[in-house]
Write a protein that binds this ligand. Structure first.
Ligand code: NAP
Length: 447
């Protein structure tokens, strides 16, 4: 009987676990997570107003509640926790499903000015990630600039435009809700360096911007017309064609005079963030032009867009884990069908799935076939893996190393505490936003 550790309880970790227990009637899986809460980016990345996507937690829950699966939260893998080599000793196989934990950088002057944040920092704050800080994101902000035109950019743009009535039913922490509801941001500029037919957002997410109360979506037809695919989008792939059609619709509709405006901008490459009294006050962009091959070239002309809040939403990036190989160019762990490669050679026993395997692309469902491929590879290696004897139960060894995992009952106690907090505020479930309250709630599991 194989004992497998899956590191990370986000979608790729849960789908890997699900595949393993479905494909092998005996395997036992421990799902380890650095946080006391499961579900990774479904809990801490999916926007709070996307109830339907968030309800995917119920599918992921089934994997973690399987009788041969154990959730062990609050277990850090790497320096300061359980080392990669030690984990390998404790289990027949380890699957790393650790995602892409940091952000890409823009590499422009002013990027680190106060008031300029990565979209991830902003998302983590309103999603109650326990490592997030309340950086006073909206303090004195009237205009916000969101750099990038992917789905994360659409998420943060939408959250900046939401009001009290729409935020209250979410599980957003109360402090973030109050701040967003009191926001004085009226102009939100979402800016892409290439054209509308190359934007990365999906049409459903784009369309939703047009449904926001008290918000106009403003698109300049002259800017869209720079895109060769704009006049006749029929030759574009389906998603790009639909995106262009939605944008054309907005470009042809005069604003209704709503109190808030989302400006969708294209062909503007970030050049510099400009300071005003030590704080970001604007972003300077270079106007670009299509190069005929899907890319753009600079034109030497510049435009400055006012923004006391700048959110850089230019994609995630994988982080290396001490003891595991890492390709700094792609930000992934080198692998073949999920088997980790050390200097180009497969060493059975170490696997990857999800964004750390293939890079930060795709929607949640993309992780399902990716995880299945990895689980299949692992189980093909089972005859070799099973030759090595491991402990019956690695938990006592983890405890002996000073690690006291939050088990499933602890997580359920956190869920109860979040329901109670919400009830006390006259809301539904409200997330606990800090380590102390999460660990305190988990410790109350005996009730
Ligand atoms: P993304 O889809 O890769 O989009 C990144 C954006 O940043 C692109 O517009 C890209 O432009 C731009 N960019 C990159 N480097 C830049 C630079 N130096 N200067 C200016 N712009 C730059 O990344 P994401 O939005 O973080 O999303 C990550 C993944 O999560 C995606 O697969 C996304 O679909 C998924 N997601 C899905 C949902 C949902 O389904 N509701 C929600 C959130 C996230 P170029 O194209 O020109 O490089």
């Amino acid at each position: 009987m194989l004992r497998v550790a899956v590191v990370g309880s986000g979608p790729s970790g849960c789908y890997t676990t699900q595949s393993l227990v479905q494909l092998d009637p005996e395997v036992r899986v421990d799902v380890l997570d650095r946080l006391p809460c499961p579900y990774g980016l479904v809990r801490y990345g999916v926007a709070p107003d996307h109830e339907k996507i968030k309800s995917l937690q119920n599918n992921l829950r089934a994997a973690l509640e399987h009788e041969r699966v154990r959730f062990l939260g609050g277990v850090r893998i790497g320096p300061g926790g359980v080392g990669v080599a030690r984990l390998r000793e404790l289990y027949h196989a380890v699957v790393y499903c650790v995602g892409a934990a940091t952000d890409r950088r823009l590499g422009i002057p002013g990027e680190d000015l106060p008031g300029s944040w990565s979209a991830t920092q902003f998302v983590s704050w309103y999603s109650a990630h326990p490592d997030a800080v309340d950086a006073g994101f909206l303090r004195d902000a009237r205009s916000a600039v969101v750099i990038g035109v992917g789905n994360v950019a659409v998420d943060v743009t939408r959250m900046l435009a939401r009001g009290l009535a729409e935020l209250t039913p979410t599980d957003m922490p109360q402090a973030a809700l109050n701040t967003l509801a009191d926001s004085r941001v009226t102009e939100i500029h979402m800016v892409g360096r290439r054209g509308p037919s190359q934007a990365r957002f999906t049409t459903k997410e784009l369309r939703e911007l047009g449904t926001l109360p008290e918000t106009d979506v403003v698109v300049d037809p002259a800017e869209l017309a720079l895109d060769p695919g704009y006049t006749d989008p029929s030759a574009l792939p389906a998603q790009q064609r639909r995106n262009v059609e939605v944008l054309r619709g907005w470009a042809g509709t005069p604003p209704r005079g709503a109190p808030r405006r989302i400006h969708l901008r294209f062909f503007l490459r970030p050049a510099e963030l400009l300071a005003e009294q030590g704080h970001v006050g604007a972003a300077r962009f270079e106007r670009t032009a299509p190069d005929g091959h899907g890319g753009v070239t600079g034109t030497g002309r510049h435009e400055v867009i006012e923004g006391q809040l700048v959110l850089r939403s230019v994609g995630y990036r994988g982080v290396s884990l001490e003891g595991l190989p890492f390709d700094p160019v792609t930000g992934t762990v080198p692998n073949r069908s999920g088997r980790v490669l050390r200097e180009g050679v497969v060493i059975p026993g170490e696997y990857v799935a999800g964004w750390i395997k293939r890079g930060p692309t795709g929607v949640i469902g993309t992780n399902r076939p990716c995880a299945k491929e990895t689980a299949t590879a692992l189980l093909e290696d089972a005859p070799v893996l099973a030759l090595r004897a491991v402990r019956d139960d690695p938990l006592p060894a983890l405890r002996a190393a000073g690690i006291d995992p939050v088990e499933w009952e602890g997580w359920q106690a956190i869920e109860r505490a979040e329901a109670e907090l919400g009830a006390s505020l006259g809301r539904g479930v409200v997330k606990l936003p800090d380590w102390q309250s999460l660990l305190k709630a988990a410790a109350a599991k005996a009730r």
